[in-house]
Design a protein around this ligand. Structure first.
Ligand code: IVH
Length: 529
């Protein structure tokens, strides 16, 4: 890459990232996942490292974003609220460990914590009493949300025990526990109010409410993880949290002191799956050098501490734009709406399509073309749409009208009583239904004949099969002419088709399997006597 090309790329990345920062921090409406954002930032960082002549103090790599809100008074943070370096793989953790050891020597322990997925707050206590609570804001100044913070039951307004400094700051994450979140969304649904897409949005929306008595109704919680300070108040990170726990702060007991990187890795592996059983959401783990003296030796870069790093799990939810809705007709005639999305990273893969289930679901979510929708990966192969970002809704977007005719054969659709799905009743002539039945018949679960979907499609297009029994009437001369076959493959395929066991044939043609009888019974076949 020439310096000129690098400059063009850097400018483009900066523009894109400024926009994403604005979407995330000001509008609370991210349009890309954290994973993608971090990826773009590190791409830009890399280019800026390689081409230092283009460094700009206003680059998105030089700030941590802002959630400042005009309706709240803002104050300067006594200690800037920096972010953490992110990594998604263990090799980068090894590099982190090497960087640390170069400075501290080999006698280093790491304190592993969960990375709570909520809203960061910095609380200052004076003479044992809560004095002020600030949001992160732009990292230098934050919004004063003290009134709302006071409503959170688990936050001590007056400290317990003794030994706390006359004035100190403590940082934590305000979270919306899963159970309370589900309950609140059900109540909002009943009242016709827009739903929160995830607990983090619910926590951040709650903290920014003007009426603190409404905040008090929400089951918010706050988990603490850091006591910043210049003096050697504590020897280690884990002792600082032990003291904080004695003073009345909620410190989860999942944290672990690790003597080696292997122990750090097993902490990560454990929580990557065990996170599902937690009563709140986490988006990764945070690894901190335990010794405060070593932390001080390592210090900070302009944006992050050198003594800590976060290992982020792959996101399971993402926001993307709904481009269009397609309709698929299955072998039973059921019509399934499928959303086409702007490609988005989700749990390590790029997602372009998501399920919308049926007309009821579309109506319940009030999904409209052009909307920004939340996509979630569940157990199913295809991710599903779980919500719409109403704030991004353009009033011009029209309610979606479900189709009334089959997209394949134009037959008017029917809807059976008590069933959510629409059906195409043209069982015998609707192409995807015919092909679907044949595919099902020869599938592994039934006849187990090796045939790609494209082969069936080809046989159908050539007019050679219209139902399952046509398969048995296929002749070598017809098959060998087709583009997907050569002499040998045509022979093998036909032999496999016609010599499958009778037992399998009967099982796979049972009427409750395919929805229709295989008819007529193939003339060229005789039941074995
Ligand atoms: S330590 C100077 N520990 O992650 C280091 N942060 O990307 C201060 N977070 O703004 C951060 N869990 O909101 C730390 N156990 C944890 C955390 C944690 C969640 C959040 C926090 C911070 C962000 C950094």
């Amino acid at each position: 890459m020439t310096p000129e090309q690098a400059k063009v790329k850097i400018d483009k990345l900066r523009d894109v990232l400024h926009q994403h920062n604005y979407d995330y921090y000001i509008k609370s409406e991210p349009t890309i996942s954290d994973f993608e954002f971090d990826h773009l930032i590190s791409e830009l960082q890399q280019l800026e490292n390689n081409y230092p002549q283009f460094i700009d103090e206003n680059s998105p790599t030089n700030r941590v974003g802002s959630d400042l809100n005009r309706e709240f008074e803002s104050f300067t943070h006594p200690y800037p609220m920096l972010s953490l370096g992110n990594t998604y793989n263990k090799e980068e953790l090894e590099e982190f460990d090497q960087r640390v050891r170069k400075v501290t020597g080999d006698d280093v322990s790491y304190f592993c914590e969960l990375k709570y997925d909520g809203v960061a707050v910095a609380l200052t206590y004076t003479n044992g009493k809560l004095w002020r609570a600030l949001t992160r804001g732009d990292g230098t100044r934050g919004d004063d949300v003290t009134r709302n913070i006071r409503t959170i039951r688990s936050i001590p307004l007056k400290l317990q025990g003794k030994g706390y400094p006359q004035q100190f700051e403590i940082r934590g994450e305000v979270i919306f526990p899963g159970e309370g979140f589900e309950k609140m969304n059900r109540e909002r649904e009943a009242k016709g109010e827009p739903l929160f897409a995830n607990p983090r949005n619910a926590a951040s929306g709650s903290l920014k409410m003007q009426n603190s008595s409404e905040v008090a109704q929400r089951p918010l919680d706050c988990l603490f993880y850091y006591v910043p300070g210049e003096q050697h108040l504590f020897e280690t990170q884990h002792k600082s949290l032990e003291s904080a726990r004695e003073w009345g702060f909620k410190i989860p007991s999942y944290n672990r002191l690790s003597r080696s990187l292997e122990e750090v890795f097993s902490f990560i592996d454990h929580w990557e799956s065990a996170r599902e059983d937690l009563p709140f959401e986490i988006d990764g783990v945070v690894i901190k050098v335990d010794s405060i003296a070593m932390q001080q030796q390592l210090g900070f870069t302009a944006k992050t501490p050198r003594w800590a790093i976060s290992y982020k799990f792959k996101a399971e939810q993402a926001l993307s734009c709904l481009l269009s809705i397609d309709f698929q007709v299955g072998r039973t005639g059921a019509v399934t709406p499928v959303a086409n999305l702007e490609p988005v990273q989700l749990a390590g893969t790029t997602v372009k399509r998501a399920s919308l289930h049926n007309a009821d679901q579309i109506q319940l979510l009030d999904v409209r073309i052009g909307d920004h929708v939340y996509v979630e990966k569940g157990g199913e192969i295809i991710p599903k749409i779980i919500g719409v970002s109403m704030e991004r809704r353009d009033p011009a977007f029209q309610p979606f009208q479900f189709i009334t005719r089959c997209p394949e054969c134009n037959t008017p659709l029917e809807r059976k009583e008590d069933e959510a799905a629409h059906y195409c009743p043209n069982t015998n002539e609707c192409p995807p239904q015919i092909k679907g039945r044949i595919e099902h018949f020869i599938s592994r679960k039934a006849m187990d004949i090796n045939a790609a979907e494209a082969t069936i499609d080809l046989l159908f297009r050539e007019g050679l099969v219209r139902n399952v029994s046509d398969l048995y009437a296929l002749k070598y001369d017809e098959v060998v002419k087709l583009e997907r076959f050569a002499e040998k493959s045509a022979q093998i395929w036909l032999r496999a088709l016609k010599h499958r066991s009778w037992h399998l044939f009967i099982v796979s043609s049972l009427p409750w399997e395919s929805g229709t009888w295989v008819k007529p019974w193939p003339e060229n076949l005789r039941m074995p006597s």
